[in-house]
Structure formats: C-alpha cells, structure tokens
Design a protein around this ligand. Structure first.
Ligand code: ZN
Length: 419
C-alpha cells in the first residue's frame, strides 16, 4: 500500500537521550529501544471514519517516539497496517449503500492526506490486510498444525465442506493475559464490546479469538488454501504484518488504549505462538480523546475529523500542537478553547523566532530532549519552548545569533511543528 510523502527532518546539533517509556503491561519505565535499530508497530485504521482526533492523537504520539528515537541515533523501522476488510467496514459500507472497497479506498486516501497535513512521518512498511492474505493463511495453518488452533463448524458458510471457521486455542499460550493483566470477567466483557464473540457456539473457551472466517453469502472472501475460501480475523493480521515487517521480537507495539484488550493481547499471543514465545517487548497505549465530556464515537455522532478542521481553514500545525499539549497516555477532551490556545501559542512562537538573534537555545534544546526522553512528555517540551519564546519577546540583552533558527529546527525535527 502506498504511503504519504515523508516530511523533511532538519538536523540538530548534538544528540538526544535514550527514550524511556512507561510500558502499559507492567507500568514500569523502560528504555523503549533495545539496540541501534528501533522497531515500532502501530495498529492502523479500519477505514470507515478516518481521521478523527483520537486517531490523530495516536499517530502523532508515536510520531514523536520515532522522532525522539532518530534524534537519539537509532535507525527507526516503523510498520503499520490498514484493516481494509473487517466487519465494521463491511457494515458501514452496507449502511451507506456503497461498495466496501470504495469506502476503504476513499477513507484510506483521506487518512493519508490528514497524516501529511499533520507532518506525521509515514511507516516504512504499510500493509493492507487484503495484501497479506497468503501470509495470514500460512500462519493459521502453522497454528492449526501446532495444535494452537481448531475448527468450529459453520453451517451458514457458503460452501458446505466441513472445514469451518478457525479459532485460536488460548490455552496453548502460557503467557496469555500478560499484555493487559485483566481478570476473566473483564476480559469477557471487553471481548463482547470490542469485536469478539464470547457467545459463539462450538468454541472451546469464550475468549478464543477468530483466526479465519469462512465465506458467507454476500461477504468478500479469498482463497485460503487448506482453510477454504474466507477472510482473516482481526488480530492475526497485525501479528503477521508486524512479524514480517519487523521480525520478532520487536521493540514497541502501540495503539489506542481500547486496543490493549483484546487486540494487543490476542495479536501478541499469536505472535508468541508463531515464533518461540516472542512478541513486542513493550506495549504503549494512547488515551481516549473525548468531546465536551463525552467519548468521541461514530455512534454518538460527535466525531471531530481532521479533514473537517482542514476544510474550515484550521492550521494543521495548531491541531498537532493542541494534541501535543496533553500527555499521550492521558484521556482528554478536544475543546474549542484547547484549539484556540494552540493557535495563540503558534502565533506567539512565530513572533519569537522572527529575528536573527535571541536567547541562547542550547539549554532549551536540552530541555526539550530531556522531556521527550521522559515518557514522551510533550507538555514539558512545549513549556521549555514557551519559556524561550517569553524571553525572546521580552528582549535579550545579549542575543545569540542563529538561536531562533535552532529553536525552529528543534520544533520541526522533534515535535513536527513547522512555524
Ligand atoms: Zn493491530
């Protein structure tokens, strides 16, 4: 799948600090990348409501991680997916009376335009699930052969060949549960809420997730080899794309906090069983973005879309800055005041860097680097720039030539803010 054009990243003097993040699974601060290569997988969109502020906040947060890693000298490899066939997409297309492929193509394009406008560095590997079906089929066959998966009869399948849907047997994974650390009742509730089917008859256990769904009337399907025609389950898609793009184990698997369970618990379990117990080393989750005290969701009809803000003439850099004013892991509300504050901050900074000379920028660059290395503390980074901008606008008795340029490049390279 084609990505969007990468933004130019200016060089900065010196080097950033090793980036520490708080692993969602253990709640411990850990160094995010183990070696010279830093590998990141972020779950992509299901293309039917792109790109609301919750999506934007997630991809901007992991973009900050990539930028901090590059600044610290890592070679970054970033992979992401597009879930371009799944139940929510098919349901949305049916309700709109359009072909699911057209809806997916249109929304994926819109997402790429939004990411370009927000200066998000594109993934190195960007796969639609439709592009990786043979690899998914092979992985499901491996799990079946290992006894880590089983078939469930599907009397409603289009072809009555007795092959059935395929589910993972979670008892095969002794580490299942380590990603989210939840009790059984909570897991069962969240599974029902978030795309699972705990009530499905014929499963060995309620939480066992779907790996391969046989073709039903009116649903898209692909050749599945020994599995029969069908389509992939959601979690196996990310396990396979991450494994093939990054190798296992990789450093960080990320996404919104609503993906921790079941999606990351299941995809990590699949990855472990496919490759000797190895999945992502660290899990990071971004908070949910609400609107005026309510969860932002398609069903409530209160989605704030980046594309709509752009149509209204809102500077995408102000949108990005409004996101960066919050810690990535916190839940927060999108508000008009928050956007206005970001716009004012941009104006303030633009005025502060307009001259040739200004307050010394070295300590500000060091403060921004220290903030980002401390679990991506973007509000701390913004405060450091604010302090420099205040000094600059107050007038420095001993201005340093070129200091405003260093601040501008710091904002561009580390925070993705172009003044
Ligand atoms: Zn995923």
């Amino acid at each position: 799948m084609l990505t969007w054009p990468p933004p130019y990243i200016p060089q900065l003097p010196g080097r950033g600090l090793p980036v520490q993040v708080r692993d969602s699974s253990t709640d411990q601060l850990v160094v995010a990348a183990a070696g010279t290569d830093a590998t990141l997988y972020v779950c992509g969109i299901t293309p039917y409501d792109a790109t609301h502020l919750g999506h934007a906040a997630t991809y901007v947060a992991f973009d900050i991680l990539g930028r901090a890693w590059r600044d610290a000298g890592h070679r970054v490899r970033y992979a992401s997916n597009v879930t371009d066939v799944d139940d929510p997409l098919l349901e949305r297309a049916a309700s709109l009376g359009i072909d699911w492929r057209d809806l997916a193509a249109e929304q994926t394009q819109l997402y790429a335009e939004d990411m370009t406008a927000l200066a998000v560095i594109p993934p190195d590997v960007y796969s639609g699930v439709v592009e990786v079906i043979p690899a998914v089929v092979e992985a499901v066959e491996v799990l079946l052969a290992a006894g880590a998966a089983y078939r469930v009869p599907t009397p409603d399948a289009l072809t009555d060949d007795g092959l059935g849907d395929v589910y993972a047997d979670l008892t095969a994974d002794i580490d299942f549960g380590a990603v989210a650390g939840l009790d059984d009742d909570t897991m069962r509730c969240l599974s029902a809420e978030r795309g699972g089917d705990p009530e499905r008859a014929g499963k060995r256990a309620p939480l066992d997730p779907l790996l391969w769904r046989r073709e039903r009337a009116g649903e898209p399907a692909w050749d599945g080899g020994s599995l029969g025609r069908g389509r992939p389950g959601w979690h196996i898609e990310c396990a396979v794309i991450a494994r093939d793009a990054l190798g296992l184990p990789f450093d960080v698997e990320g996404g919104g906090s609503d993906l921790q369970f079941p999606h990351h618990e299941m995809s990590t379990s699949h990855a472990r069983l496919l490759d000797q117990g190895r999945g992502a080393r660290v899990h990071l989750h971004t908070g949910m973005v609400g609107l005026d005290g309510h969860k932002m969701s398609k069903s409530l009809g209160n989605l704030v879309l980046v594309s709509r803000l752009r149509e209204q003439g809102v500077d995408p850099m102000a949108v990005r800055l409004a996101i960066l004013a919050h810690r990535y892991r916190d839940d927060w509300d999108w508000t008009d005041e928050g956007l206005r504050a970001a716009q004012e901050r941009l104006e303030h900074w633009r005025a502060a860097v307009s001259g040739n000379g200004g307050p010394d920028a070295d300590s500000t660059l060091a403060a921004v680097r220290a903030a980002l290395a401390d679990d991506l503390d973007t509000p701390g980074a913004l405060a450091a720039i604010d302090a420099w901008a205040d000094l600059s606008l107050a007038g420095t008795p001993t201005p340093v030539e070129g200091a405003p340029g260093v601040i501008g490049r710091t904002l561009d390279a580390l925070l993705g803010i172009r003044l």
